[in-house]
Design a protein around this ligand. Structure first.
Ligand code: MCN
Length: 789
């Protein structure tokens, strides 16, 4: 079935209430910490209090003698290394040398490299006993100097022997000579230095895991708060522990948010799985919030210089970017892909810039590893580009909208100079709609109202694009990936016509149990309640690549569509047999099989029953059962895009910024469930605006201590920080997936930070403020105003 016909089916575009919410709202959800296994012990990790130190000795004798303690493990016990995991991309530096991939022990061996690094794992009968014993582990550290910022990395003390200058790789994309030539001819060049501040993910459910082992079958089970259980299993068995993959089952039950931070293979998961066999016990660990701050992979942390060359009319001629990316102390699972492929390839944005050259230097520092966080590379690209474009508009006196309109791509497909080919979009239409919804015409009057209150009002634009549906293995391979991505879906039609869907996607808040059921119900013409969705269990789902990169509906949903095609083909044969017609004469719609040109028809349920109760069944031509599996690997990414307009009021006396209006017009192609999509945009906006105004991870530059290690110091956005968002959509259906969908899960977080900061700068420009970096906290804004005086 094509995307156009699919969009017309019942249930598609319907705001079906979330099936999963009953259990979440009534406290019946099953998160990892809710799981308790027989003979379960508890683990606590001893973490480094120093950012950089040699570990001279770890004395566990006192701890092991304490009541209830089963064992204390150190780096001497676990041999496997968390290496080979940057399975996303192996980066080759521009000089042809491979990136530096330093050894990453599960528990520290010889050195610790960030505050929170794993030194030992204490296993005891109870949590309190494990905590007490953890305090009794005696670690003798020889404290070393630390380095936390990319600007200091080169001169800083070396973290790893193989990277004496802390440099991991230099990577570049684009035609440097062509870019330099374009700059030489430019009528005007706009320049910008900016920092994309480091963020700490804060899912409501902290990370948690239970390792268990069955001696009778030699099988391991890992319950873990994770976004991609099959990949977790593959990485852990093949790269770290060397176990037979089929002997390990990974179950990610209900997961209370991930935002990227639960994609990765973490040392705790490995240590618990390994130790379960050593002790022949199930072992549970649940991070407390302080541990989460220290040890979850962080996000962003770029320092960039960008330059746009333009002709006299403000047409972009070339973009040149240099970025220093902070990778933290070790390479996390996808960390090499984030500041390279996922970042630089998005720097064309919505514009026809003919030449782009991007160079990235990646550095090790004594900080928690940095990896994908909602948007992963694409928010960094959008922030840089959309800040730069607004500045171009201001410098040329064109305004933020006209500079964008003059450069919008309007012909599709469009090949960018940085590898991607956009299939479809309508950028002017999104801006038109956003300007209308934002009542841009009434802006001047609102400025006067703000002035009357002694406040400065500003308006900020951001026209973002992102690449979602992360998968296309052909493109991934061409860009240097070690492995391509795809998704798997299995449809089991039961004899009574109800359906269970097994998907390799994982829902940790995105509502897949509802939207995937809508897709299946729409295709089969059955009620949504008759479809259940199973995910997050390597023992039940055939295979899966998991959820990140807003890929689930467009890749996981498409795999389900492919399996449904197979179901339909087989069901038609059964229907043909039942109605004594030829297969070619059977039509299927609205849950009924009909013989073309006659009034003969039978319902889907009768065909399902016949498949399992094969009375007078043509067994020579058809197998019993109605159960199909499909794998889907798309030919391209999906490219959601939109225009966001933010209006802020700034109090120049205090520096306080208030978001007064926020308008978002997005293009997600065909929408399955507008209510869920709206919720996704709300969540994304809150995260993006949170980064722009509040959130900021700060390490002490001298000691490497995390200064923002709790909610007292790390400001999370709250409902009263926001106005009601004004949302709308346009729809240019994706041209290459059978649903016509584009991902929506990250858009809000990608598009909103530059809209906010552009608005703040717009408000402060009359006061002489030209620049400052996120977050626009009152102190920073006030200081910027004072410095400009
Ligand atoms: N959808 C739809 N129509 C579309 C696009 C999507 O109805 N055109 C629906 C989908 O069916 C799905 C939801 O919207 O129910 C999100 O779909 P999609 O855009 O495919 O994104 P994913 O499901 O792959 O989710 C991943 C994305 C990412 S990358 C992060 S990070 C993120 C996010 O989703 N983390 C989240 N949203 C989150 N929401 C919650 N509550 N918790 C997280 O951790």
């Amino acid at each position: 079935m094509g995307a156009t016909d699919f969009a017309k089916l019942p249930h598609i575009g319907e705001a079906v209430r979330r099936k999963e919410d009953y259990r979440f709202l009534t406290g019946a959800g099953q998160y990892t910490d809710d799981v308790n296994l027989a003979h379960q012990a508890q683990a606590v990790f001893v973490r480094s209090p120093h950012a950089h130190a040699r570990v001279k000795s770890v004395d566990v004798r006192k701890a092991e003698a304490m009541p209830g303690v089963l064992k204390v493990y150190t780096g001497k016990d676990i041999e496997g290394k968390m290496n080979g995991l940057p399975c996303g991309w192996l980066i080759t530096s521009t000089d042809g040398t491979p990136m530096k991939e330093p050894p990453h022990p599960v528990l520290a061996q010889g050195k610790v490299r960030y505050v929170g690094d794993h030194v030992a794992m204490v296993v005891a009968e109870t949590l309190q006993q494990a905590r007490d014993a953890a305090e009794a582990v005696e670690v003798d550290y020889d404290v070393l100097d630390a380095v936390v910022a990319v600007g200091d990395a080169k001169q800083g003390p070396a973290l790893h022997d193989i990277a004496p200058d802390n440099h991991c790789y230099k990577w570049a994309i684009g035609d440097k000579a062509a870019v330099d030539a374009a700059f030489a001819k430019a009528a005007h060049v706009t320049r910008l230095d900016l920092v994309n501040n480091r963020l700490i993910p804060n899912a409501m459910e902290p990370r948690a895991a239970i390792g268990s082992y069955n001696r009778a079958t030699d099988e391991y089970t890992l319950y873990v708060a994770n976004q991609n259980p099959h990949v977790e299993r593959l990485l852990m068995t093949a790269f770290v522990l060397g176990l037979p993959e089929h002997k390990v089952r990974v179950i990610a039950p209900d997961v209370g948010g991930g935002f990227g931070s639960k994609i990765f293979l973490y040392a705790e998961d490995v240590a618990l799985t390994w130790a379960a066999r050593q002790l022949n016990r199930s072992i549970k660990w649940t991070a407390d919030r302080a541990e989460a701050f220290l040890s979850d992979a962080h996000g962003r942390d770029h320092v960039s210089h960008a330059e746009m060359a333009m002709d006299k009319d403000g047409k972009f001629l070339a973009l040149r970017v240099h970025t220093d990316a902070n990778l933290g102390a070790y390479l996390s699972t996808f960390s090499t892909a984030v500041p390279t492929i996922l970042y630089a390839t998005l720097l064309a944005g919505q514009y026809t810039t003919p030449q782009i050259y991007v160079e990235v230097d990646a550095w090790f520092t004594n900080t928690a590893p940095v990896d994908a966080y909602r948007g992963a590379g694409r928010p960094e690209a959008t922030y840089l580009l959309e800040r730069l474009v607004s500045r171009c508009g201001w410098e040329l006196g064109l305004g933020q909208d006209e500079i964008r309109r003059r450069n919008f791509i309007t012909q599709f497909p469009y090949q960018t100079p940085v590898a991607l080919q956009y299939d479809v979009g309508d950028y002017p239409a999104a801006m038109d709609k956003a300007q209308k919804l934002a009542d841009v015409a009434g802006y001047a009057a609102r400025v006067k109202t703000s002035e009357a209150k002694g406040l400065k009002r500003g308006i900020g634009y951001s026209s973002y694009i992102e690449a979602c549906g992360i998968a296309p293995s052909n493109i991934a391979g061409a860009l240097g990936a070690r492995a391509g991505l795809f998704e798997c879906g299995e449809i089991r039609v039961h004899p009574t016509g109800s359906v269970t869907v097994f998907t390799g996607s994982h829902s940790h808040g995105q509502g897949h149990e509802t939207t995937f059921a809508q897709v299946v119900a729409a295709r089969l013409g059955i009620p949504v309640e008759n479809v259940d969705v199973v995910h997050g269990d390597t023992g039940r789902v055939p295979f899966g690549m998991g959820t990140y990169g807003s890929r689930s509906i467009s890749v996981g949903g498409a795999a389900i569509m492919k399996a449904l095609d197979k179901i339909e083909t087989k069901a038609k044969k059964i229907a043909a047999h039942l109605m004594e017609a030829s297969d070619a004469d059977i039509e299927f719609s609205g849950g009924e099989f009909k013989v073309k040109g006659t009034d003969k028809k039978i319902p889907f349920g009768q065909v399902a029953l016949t498949a399992y109760v094969p009375h007078n069944y043509p067994l020579d031509k058809l197998e019993p059962g109605l159960n199909e599996t499909a794998f889907y690997d798309p030919t391209n990414f999906t490219f959601p895009a939109g225009t966001y307009i933010c209006e802020v009021e700034v109090d120049p006396a205090t520096g306080a910024v208030r978001v007064d209006r926020f308008t978002a017009v997005d293009d997600f192609g065909t929408i399955i469930n507008p209510m869920i999509v709206e919720g996704q945009v709300h969540g994304g906006l809150v995260q993006g605006i949170g980064q722009a105004l509040l959130e900021n991870c700060v390490y002490d530059r001298q000691t490497g201590q995390l200064l923002t290690g709790s909610f007292m110091d790390y400001a999370m956005p709250r409902a009263d920080d926001f106005p009601n968002f004004q949302l709308d959509t346009i729809c240019t259906p994706c041209t290459h997936n059978p649903l016509g969908t584009k991902g929506c899960g990250e858009a809000g977080a990608i598009g909103s930070p530059p809209a906010v900061i552009n608005a703040v700068l717009d408000a402060l420009r009359p006061l002489g403020v030209k620049e400052f970096d996120m977050p626009a906290s009152p102190a920073r804004v006030w200081n910027a105003i004072q410095s400009a005086k």
